[in-house]
Design a protein around this ligand. Structure first.
Ligand SMILES: Cc1cc2nc3c(=O)[nH]c(=O)nc-3n(C[C@H](O)[C@H](O)[C@H](O)COP(=O)(O)OP(=O)(O)OC[C@H]3O[C@@H](n4cnc5c(N)ncnc54)[C@H](O)[C@@H]3O)c2cc1C
Length: 492
């Protein structure tokens, strides 16, 4: 018999009762039940209740892809939507169903939120590196607008978006350092203006004024997008989760953490997937199952359809990235978020290299720099294919540091070892798709199973747009932007 915990908070103006699975714990930030909810501190107590269920009244699973027999002792619970993965994609999809419908939602994760790529994210929500006319353009634009609306709605409620989300409208600078790059930036700015964005090309003189610590010579210039913003991935996740948990007291939201999904269970008659089996329970689904398991989505789907007739290859791969965070950094201030032009190609697809098998030769480091909500400087970033390994590689950290020093000379005044007590290294596995865009849509052959993965280095930016798109598909709402180019058909 499994147990779940209900956490009751007093006083609770936002009804933030929280239902967690029994061993649910949050790794790096204790937002579970003793945390600040919208700025107020609550103390909490927890009680246990049994969740053991019965199979009476539920469909039988004569057709199951589960290799183990389904034991009658498994607890059963039913939700409209089951979401596999509690990264930024899974959690924002849950939020979209909760706020935009009356469906009930469960989020299942093999670990805890932010244990995947999300916890390593730098947090820029930028249009600067996006190319007009690309498949991603409309989704990124829509998503950025939704983030802005969320930040504005917090301000309207008297809440501070910086505190809640780490939200800062810093504007972004895409920095070029060769005549060719500057020409490219001028063309890009012109296109962005024609598309209705506020964008400006900055010559060396203007750039020096905007960002005094940046090394600028006659061949330096930048595209400046004043409306680009940034957030703190961990704060944003914490905020979204707290919002989701407001629905748990109505029985519309539950979390099952540290509980990997093992298999899909199909009903006898329709062949539809009716339930999933996790390591500890069986969760029934009335409407949809969403696989938002980041870079694990490919191997997970392989496991989930192994015993079936379905042929499916979700070609998502882990693309490892390092970030260097220097806490309480006071050598200088950044006025904007910055990224070198090289980043634009650095994050795009590498199908030829993938095909050649020379993945270990794909390490690249490209300068990105942001100032975090707590005055930390965040320097990035690296990209490499190293399987599912998340070990910190000091050589890569040194390369990030050296590259940043080429743009910010003051960084060269001290060795990195001087920051050994105040540095944090973040490593995450970006979910990389060879064609450079996420998969958002139904799994071919499994009408009620949906994929939402493959956001590579843009999952924070694209999260709210992805969540809206996915929920609209499931709910049968008119689409806000064209979803066709993100379909799994022909790509998986
Ligand atoms: C260094 C770095 C910097 C980045 N900077 C930015 C940035 O500035 N802006 C931006 O937009 N994006 C950025 N990104 C990209 C962004 O972080 C990712 O695109 C995004 O986090 C992907 O989210 P996700 O929810 O798809 O995946 P994840 O966050 O990886 O979540 C997937 C979840 O699925 C769970 N899971 C896996 N298998 C199972 C299973 N069998 N059962 C249950 N659960 C399972 C995992 O435990 C995990 O929690 C950055 C990424 C990195 C690595």
């Amino acid at each position: 018999m499994a147990s779940a915990s209900i956490f009751l908070s007093h006083p609770n103006p936002y009804r933030n009762d929280v239902v967690c699975s029994s061993r649910s714990r949050f790794r790096s930030f204790g937002f579970a039940c003793q945390s600040n909810v919208f700025g107020s501190k609550f103390t909490s107590k927890s009680i246990s209740l049994s969740t053991a269920g019965t199979r009476a009244g539920r469909p039988e699973f004569a057709s199951s892809w589960d290799s183990e027999p389904i034991s009658a002792s498994h607890p059963h619970q039913t939700f409209d939507v089951l979401i596999i993965g509690a990264g930024i994609i899974g959690l924002t999809i849950a939020r979209q169903f909760l706020t935009g419908s009356d469906l009930s939602v469960a989020v299942i994760d093999k670990a805890v939120p932010c244990s995947g790529a999300t916890g390593a994210g730098q947090g820029y929500i930028w249009m600067a590196p996006k190319t007009l006319g690309s498949d991603l353009w409309d989704l990124a634009l829509r998503s950025q607008k939704l983030w802005e609306e969320l930040a504005e709605s917090l301000s309207e409620q008297g809440l501070d978006p910086l505190e809640q989300l780490g939200w800062k409208k810093t504007g972004s600078l895409l920095v070029g350092r060769t005549p060719e790059e500057l020409e490219m930036l001028k063309r890009r700015v012109k296109q962005q203006c024609e598309a209705g964005l506020r964008a400006e090309y900055l010559s060396a003189t203007d750039l020096r004024i905007k960002e005094p610590e940046l090394m600028v010579d006659k061949d330096t210039g930048a595209a400046f997008l004043p409306d680009d913003s940034q957030l703190d991935a961990r704060r944003a996740v914490e905020f979204i989760e707290k919002g989701n948990r407001l629905y748990s007291s109505e029985g519309r939201y539950a979390e099952f953490y540290n509980d990997p999904v093992m298999s899909l269970l199909r009903s006898d008659g329709s062949g539809e997937v009716k339930a999933i089996k996790t390591s500890r329970t069986i969760l029934h689904c009335k409407k949809a199952i969403v696989v938002a398991a980041g870079c694990w989505s490919g191997s997970l789907m392989q496991d989930l359809v192994r015993e079936s007739e379905i042929v499916l290859d979700v070609p998502v791969k882990p693309r490892k990235g390092h970030l260097l965070v220097l806490e309480n950094f006071n050598s200088f201030q950044l006025n904007h978020g910055l990224m070198e032009v090289g980043y634009v190609d650095h994050h795009t697809a590498l199908p030829n290299i993938l095909a050649s098998g020379l993945l270990d030769q794909t390490l690249s480091v490209s300068m990105t720099a942001t100032m975090g909500a707590m005055g930390n400087i965040v320097l990035g970033s690296s990209r490499q294919f190293a399987g599912f390994c998340t070990e910190v590689e000091e050589t890569i950290i040194s390369r990030i540091w050296e590259r940043a020093g080429e743009f910010f000379p003051k960084l060269r005044e001290k060795p990195l070892s001087d920051f050994s007590k105040s540095r944090e290294v973040r490593v995450g596995l970006r979910p990389y798709m060879p064609d450079g865009k996420p998969v958002i849509g139904p799994v071919p052959g499994l009408a009620n199973v949906f994929l939402a993965t493959g956001h590579e280095g843009e999952g924070l930016t694209l999260a709210l747009g992805t969540a809206e798109m996915l929920a609209d598909m499931v709910l049968g709402n008119a689409e806000k932007i064209n979803a066709a180019s993100f379909a799994a058909d022909g790509r998986c």
